[in-house]
Design a protein around this ligand. Structure first.
Ligand SMILES: [Zn+2]
Ligand SMILES: [Zn+2]
Length: 271
């Protein structure tokens, strides 16, 4: 049996609803065996959802304290979710999630999972309403994500589709969109990065299906890419949210194994 593992969790040190200790207690209640924290890295521009440098220090100390306190009950890891625009260092973390959260143009950082109306207004203003051009710039950052963040895991690969489950922003079936996504995916797969199935937008009520889209996950399965299941939880009661459904989703796309962090390494388990 695959050990229940989640390496993507946020706390009140960034934009989570609960403290790290409440997250640990929630994880134990839900039967989680491995819990990794992944606070949002500090950013060089205004981002209230990120940790400051000071908070980052406190965060690391607190996760280490909890690791000792709950030893034997649950394995606790200290990771970080590095944004593609953060200054990154591996030191002090067990693992790194690399994530693209913005598209930059003319010095404006559009948060791709931010307020929908803001995204629509900025894509209209800065891209002349061309979502494909916007998507290309989003995926362009995937090519250098490993180099910039030294990540082990790519977070929510197609985050820019957050509000597009109904196709009302752009056509995810179009050849040009798929080509942008799959070319970036190919680059990520060549670097042997773990790719996340991320259920965070489901627990927060934005979506009914996980990231990434089936055509992406099927491509990963075809290329025998490495996949990890993460909840991107922002609350103590959602540490394993949609877990079994996401395992079924992975299987339906041809994924045969999921990775879990055990004894300092990512280990595959058959599903
Ligand atoms: Zn993220
Ligand atoms: Zn996250």
């Amino acid at each position: 049996m695959i050990p229940k593992c989640n390496l993507h969790a946020h706390t009140t040190f960034c934009d989570g609803k609960n403290t790290a200790e409440e997250m640990v207690q929630g994880a134990i209640r839900q039967g989680c065996e491995v819990l990794g924290f992944s606070g949002h890295s500090p950013l060089p521009f205004d981002a209230s959802w990120c940790m400051t440098e000071e908070k980052n220090e406190l965060y690391r100390a607190e996760i280490l304290r909890l690791r000792e306190k709950y030893r034997g009950k649950i394995d606790i890891l200290c990771g970080i979710e590095y944004d593609s625009f953060s200054v990154c260092s591996r030191q002090g973390y067990d693992y790194i999630i690399g994530s693209v959260h913005h598209v930059e143009r003319e010095g404006i950082y559009i948060p791709v999972d931010g307020d929908r109306r803001l995204i629509e207004a900025e894509v209209a203003r800065l891209f002349g309403g061309d979502y494909l051009a916007y998507a290309r710039e989003y995926y362009e950052q995937m090519y250098t994500l490993k180099e910039k963040t030294d990540c082990d895991i790519v977070g929510h690969f197609d985050l820019l589709t957050k509000y597009n489950e109904d196709g009302s922003m752009f056509d995810e079936a179009s050849a040009s969109y798929r080509d942008a996504a799959l070319s970036a995916l190919e680059a990520v797969l060549k670097q042997d990065l773990l790719i996340e199935i991320n259920t965070g937008a489901i627990s927060r009520g934005y979506r009914k299906t996980p990231y990434p889209a089936p055509f992406i996950l099927k491509y990963i399965a075809e290329k025998k890419g490495r996949v990890i299941l993460n909840s991107d939880s922002h609350a103590a009661n959602t540490v394993l949210y949609f877990y079994s459904e996401a395992v079924e989703y992975a299987k339906s796309c041809g994924i045969k194994e999921l990775y879990v962090y055990q004894n300092g390494a990512f280990v595959p388990f058959a599903i």
